[in-house]
Design a protein. Structure first.
Length: 119
């Protein structure tokens, strides 16, 4: 339906102009200072759905649109590590501990990938 100001529209979706390219950017803000601290442009078209996981050791994990699980340093936003799963990720990373070892895991496609973190 054509747009009419003040009218409510449900489930209409969105369309981007043909020349516009989508991109997800991971942003970090300082709550105390109320300002942007760093930004990390992600690879891909902005189609992934997963969130982020921050560890007590200061790493931020997330899945990008290229099928990689990535980690950046929380203070600086600098790339720290990545692993290409070769599959789409729509889940957020999670963390768990077994016998004193911390792990980070993520579901990608029909698989679950899990990695131990150094002590």
């Amino acid at each position: 339906m054509p747009f009419m100001a003040g009218k409510t529209y449900y489930g209409t979706g969105t369309k981007r102009p043909p020349d516009e390219r989508a991109q997800k950017v991971l942003l970090a803000y300082s709550v105390l200072e109320g300002k942007l601290v760093w930004r990390y442009p992600q690879v891909g078209q902005g189609d992934s759905w997963g969130g982020t996981l921050t560890t007590a050791g200061g790493l931020v994990f997330f899945g990008d649109d290229a099928g990689s699980l990535e980690a950046v340093e929380g203070r600086s936003g600098l790339a720290f590590w990545h692993f290409n799963t070769g599959q789409a990720m729509h889940a957020s990373p999670m963390s768990y501990m077994v016998d004193g070892v911390q792990y980070v895991a993520v579901a990608a496609g029909s698989d679950v990938f899990s990695f131990s973190l150094p002590r």
